[in-house]
Design a protein around this ligand. Structure first.
Ligand code: ASP
Length: 330
């Protein structure tokens, strides 16, 4: 039988609904602890609870704690897989953080729930069992951190929370899930082509995330410099354009050598240096703005936080944000 390390970190999957008020709050005892029986024919489970937090309370510091804990536990004992339970609000950020920083070849699976443990149609136990089944699967090795909810397996890099309350909230827009959980099998149909690893020991930089809007002015960008952020990610308009009123703020940030990463605020597609007008992507690139290859804003922020622990050099940061592209397109 496989040995699976389970790390409970909190979130709705660990909460209960007050039947009178309908309010959902953390419960004293983790509800999933009662279900060890459900795993008796599936895996040998070792459980740890490094923290018990709603996921809006999770910071990069907790993500780093999780990474260090997984590495330490896997050094001490021979596990076949790791399952992390987590609140869904920031689950994609923790998943991508671990995807970029863990250098471990066993399956790492992260799951959560949209309905708390005592609500009708609660998806917590079901998703937890699915995640353990995926972590036990040899095919799940070397595919990066996997997000498993609602019978789907998603790559950490592409998955995002798309709905505030629906159980099918986790989707990989444009790419789709890389596998499925069925009653009898775990079926993979894709493997992420390109993976990156950053060996980090600490995370101390501050990176802000801004969303562009019609008529956006430079003062919000000035605040990034005033408040001494180390970098900023901007969800720009369309293919990667910004209102011209922003330009003085961008110039100030570049002068202060604060890296600016641009992603698209669109749900799908890639921001690129296409448009050549005031504030257009081509001009932004000439100013030293870095275009990220298709990440969403919150993932680009995680990547910049990690990249800044390695370098503040503009060219190196720019390379880090470029996935390899096909060189020989005819
Ligand atoms: N607010 C909750 C959290 O992220 C939502 C959830 O767990 O699904 O902790």
């Amino acid at each position: 039988m496989k040995n699976i390390l389970v790390l409970h970190t909190g979130g709705t999957i660990s909460m209960q609904e007050d039947t009178q008020s309908g309010a959902v709050a953390p419960s004293l005892d983790h509800p999933l602890m009662d279900f060890t029986e459900a795993f008796k024919n599936l895996a040998h489970i070792t459980t740890k609870q490094p923290f018990h937090l709603p996921s809006p309370h999770i910071r990069p510091a907790e993500m780093l704690t999780l990474k260090n804990l997984i590495e330490a536990e896997c050094k001490q004992q021979s596990f076949n897989g790791v399952v992390i339970t987590h609140g869904t609000d920031t689950l994609e950020e923790t998943a991508y953080f671990l995807d970029l920083t863990l250098n471990i070849h066993i399956p790492i699976v992260i799951t959560g729930a949209m309905r708390s443990s005592n609500e009708i149609g609660s998806d917590g136990l079901y998703n937890f069992i699915s995640a353990v089944r995926v972590a036990c699967c040899n095919e799940a090795k070397d595919k990066g951190v996997l997000v498993v909810l609602n019978d789907e397996i998603h790559a950490a890099k592409n998955v995002t929370k798309t709905h505030a309350s629906n159980v099918s909230t986790f989707q990989s827009p444009q790419f789709g899930p890389i596998g499925l959980v069925t009653k009898r099998e775990i079926l993979f149909h894709y493997k992420p082509l390109y993976r990156e690893k950053y060996d980090i020991e600490q995370i101390s930089k501050r990176v802000a995330l801004l969303k562009a809007y019609a008529g956006m002015e430079a003062d919000v960008l000035d605040a990034i410099d005033d408040k001494k952020y180390d970098g900023v990610v901007i969800e720009a308009l369309g293919q990667g354009n910004l209102p011209p009123c922003c330009l003085p703020g961008l110039k100030r940030l570049r002068k202060a050598n604060i890296p600016i990463i641009v992603v698209s605020r669109c749900f799908k597609g890639v921001a690129q240096d296409v448009y050549d007008y005031q504030g257009g992507g081509k001009q932004l690139k000439e100013m030293g703005v870095i275009f990220s290859n298709g990440l969403n804003g919150q993932k680009a922020r995680i990547k910049l936080l990690i990249a800044l622990t390695k370098t503040t050099n503009q060219n190196k940061l720019s390379q880090i944000f470029q996935d390899p592209v096909c060189e020989n397109e005819d």
